[in-house]
Structures are given as structure tokens and as C-alpha cells.
Design a protein around this ligand. Sequence first.
Ligand code: FES
Length: 224
Amino acid sequence: MAEASAAAAPGPPQVATAKPTAAAPTAKPVTGHKQELKGNGPTAAEQAMLQAPITRREFLNYAFLASLGIFFVALGGAFFVFALPRFGAGEFGGLFTLGSAGDAAPPLDDAPKSNTAARAWVVQTDNGVLALYNVCVHLGCLYGWQPVTNRFECPCHGSKYQKDGTYIEGPAPRSLDRFVIRFTGADGNVISETNAKGDPLPIPSPDANLVVDTGKIIQGQTHG
Ligand code: FES
């Protein structure tokens, strides 16, 4: 009888706890980088390498490679700049296209033609055309053509030169300097060009264009 009353007495409420079973294991949620490790991402060792600070040796290697790259870029830029023409067409030091030979070069018996922009006297001689640099080779004055005496004369110290620039007299140490000239066709191709001695260049045809290269000067011959 006592046993029956003890079994019937109300006790403290029972809390039901669910016990995992072998058939349904509890799935733990995976978050953060642990999730990447479960996939195809880098392994823990690889990730540790990625996160590790670079060593001094690696830093120096990177710095060396960077400076090498900068050096080659600068070198390429320098080559590019030097490959460009230093002076534009129509600028002293560059090319001057004076027009067809028939118009640009004076007739044989005429006075030389001055071209101020090119700083040249264009002369026709028995052997061809010349472009004389208009600066006296003594001390740099501008000489002029004297039709009465049929020669070039310098107003500063009296040096005198023949029509083709050959020294006659005065303190100048040599004959007048000449520019390299060339004749070009309608397509721009060079037909002929002044030789290394600076000899007069025969006109190939009246239609050929006369080009004066003021970037190339051939010094006049010295005299004894
Ligand atoms: S500068 Fe021409 S003679 Fe002196």
C-alpha cells in the first residue's frame, strides 16, 4: 500500500532531452574560413603561407625586379625620344622644302637667292645648286651679296667670297659653309643628295623639289 502511494505522488517535472542517435548524427554548422577549408580553397598550410609577412630577402627581390622594370621602360623611352627628329620641317635645324628646282634655284647668271628662314643663300653654279649657310665663318656676321662686285662680302671685317662660297680674302679662316641639299620627286623619294665633299648638286629635272637640310652643315675648305 505504501509502495502504491509513493508511486502515485507527484514529483518534479521531467525535462525531455533528445539524445542523438547513430542513424541521425547532429550536423554542426561550419562558418568563416573553416567553411573554405572544407571546399576546394587553399589548405591550412597554404593559407598560413599567404598570410605570412614577406621576408627581407623577398622584399629585396621584388624591389630589384621593380627597379629593373623601371630601368627598361626608361631606356625604351630614351630610344624613342632620340629616334624622333629633333627639329620640325620649316624650323632651322630641320628640313626646308623650297619648291620646284625651276623656281627655288635662281637661273645660272642671276644673283643668289636668300632664304631667311633657312638662313641660306641658294646659288646656281655651272656644276649645280648649292645652299650656303648665311653666317660668315670668321666671327658670325651675316654677309651679303654685292651685285657690283659679283661676290659675297661681310660688313664686319671685310671677308669676301665667290658666288659658290669659295674664300677670296679677309680674316675668314675658310670658305663658306654649305648645307646638305637633296632633290625629291613628287612622291617624296630622294632623287639625289649632296655628297660628303659638298659639291654642287645638278638639277635632275625642273619639277624636282629642292630640299635644304639645315641640320647638316659641311664646313668650307680652309685656305693656306
Ligand atoms: S665676321 Fe665676317 S669678316 Fe669677320
